[in-house]
Write a protein of this length. Structure first.
Length: 435
């Protein structure tokens, strides 16, 4: 029994390692590329990202929210930062000026977050991000991630055309992992993500003679404090980043509430305060290395539902392994060689489970012809914005574009406004009277 438990722990730890790594590796590389940083600086950012992501996940599971949920770089702020970097020429600012404004905004948002944790502002957060807002957030997060991974499964050539063999291989891998999950016995089903990643990687190398990826982890490391730019007082950039940083708190509320549902527990103020505290601390530390701010990954719920392995020990070991890899360059270089299409295909299957989390968050709530607007309007507007080319918003003020073009931010923001401005109970009682 102990031997079997040990084997499950080891393989679960490796599965967590691959999951966290796959959700981390491209973020610092993409930011460094957009801000045109030297390869050695991008290498520093990547390795710092691996170390701090591993440690942040461990501290969150140990003393923060106390759930085995990955702590990683916020997808919401990642999009905002990339958008600002790509808008450098339109803003008439240098990358250093934009990066410095981002750093200031992140630090200010972290300070406010720490104040909320210190002075018990959890009730305020729960009032703003009520259950309906969180349902909207979960639906939009599901769609956003699925869009990202679906596109990532399709390899595009330098000429802008689809590489058909690689793309078909990705879809075959999706079917393979899905069958492992649905048809496999307990062990095979629980480790379908790990099996899919390893088998998909080996198969890709055999079929396509995987090209050696040009990865920053292979280069020399050059430490630079605030590599995107030292903190400054570019008010417009600071305001955009600060607002996005506060909106990022929705991840914490959604992750903990989803964790409560999955583990059948009820988190108190201590767990919320602990989670917010560690997110803010690692965000402040990470900002010195040019990293995207941290947040609990609500999407980890989908991973847990896929694997059905809820133990903390493998999660802690996976985080520790990630931190070690960040300190040992050859290991980071090897893992970074995993084909992007393979990682996206397997994560696509893992995150299908997140739709169930979003659906279940409604708790069987029934909508009528009027109350359906509180869910449908923000979700469908958000999805519409996700599928609208950002170039269409080019005539709007540049500092507004990162918000308007971000379907997740706008959907959640619209939901908050609707929940505060409309008394939905009136429409519910009106329907009952007419029936």
């Amino acid at each position: 029994m102990n031997k079997r438990f040990g084997s499950v722990t080891i393989f679960s730890s490796v599965q967590w390692l691959f999951f966290i790594f796959a959700n981390t590796v491209m973020i610092p590389i993409s930011v460094g590329t957009v801000f045109q940083l030297p390869d050695e600086t991008i290498a520093m950012m990547l390795r710092a990202s691996l170390v701090f992501t591993g440690l942040a996940s461990i501290f969150q599971g140990w003393k923060g929210h106390r759930y085995p949920l990955m702590e990683g770089h916020s997808g919401l702020l990642w999009g905002v930062i990339l958008n600002l970097g790509l808008s450098a020429s339109s803003l008439g600012m240098s990358y250093t000026e934009i990066g410095g404004g981002i750093a200031t905004g992140v630090l200010l948002a972290s300070a406010v977050t720490l104040i909320l944790a210190a002075f018990n502002g959890i009730s305020l957060l729960k009032t703003i991000f009520n259950p309906m807002v969180m349902s909207v957030y979960l639906f939009l997060l599901t769609f956003q991630l699925i869009f990202i991974f679906f596109k990532g499964m399709m390899k595009v050539s330098e000429q802008g055309t689809m590489d058909v063999p690689v793309t078909l291989y990705s879809f075959a891998l999706v079917i393979f992992v899905s069958l492992l999950k649905l048809k496999g016995n307990g062990i095979v089903s629980n480790f379908s993500i790990l099996i899919g990643l390893l088998a998909g990687w080996i198969g890709y190398d055999l079929l396509f003679m995987s090209e050696v990826q040009q990865d920053a982890a292979a280069g020399d490391v050059s430490f630079t404090l605030f590599p995107l730019g030292p903190p400054n007082l570019e008010i417009g950039i600071i305001a955009v980043t600060f607002f996005a940083g506060l909106m990022n708190l929705s991840n914490t509320v959604a992750s903990i509430s989803s964790g409560d549902t999955l583990f059948k527990k009820e988190s108190g103020h201590r767990e919320y305060r602990g989670s917010i505290f560690f997110t803010a601390v690692f965000t402040v530390i990470g900002s010195g290395f040019g990293l995207v701010p941290y947040t609990p990954f609500t999407s980890s719920i989908g991973f847990l539902q896929s694997t059905r392995i809820f133990m903390k020990t493998p999660f802690f070991l996976g985080g520790a392994l990630l931190a070690v890899i960040g300190l040992i360059p050859p290991l980071g270089t090897w893992l970074a060689g995993m084909p992007v299409t393979v990682g996206n295909a397997v994560l696509f299957v893992a995150y299908l489970q997140l739709f169930g989390t979003a659906f279940n968050s409604l708790n069987g709530k029934v909508f009528n012809s009027n109350t359906i607007f509180r869910l449908a309007a923000p979700v469908l507007i958000g999805i519409s914005l996700m599928n609208t080319p950002a170039a269409l918003f080019a005539d709007l003020p540049v500092l507004i574009q990162p918000f308007i073009s971000n379907g997740l931010i706008m959907g959640v923001f619209i939901s908050i406004l609707m929940e505060k401005m409309v008394n939905w109970s009136v429409f519910e009682s009106f329907e009952l009277k007419n029936n």
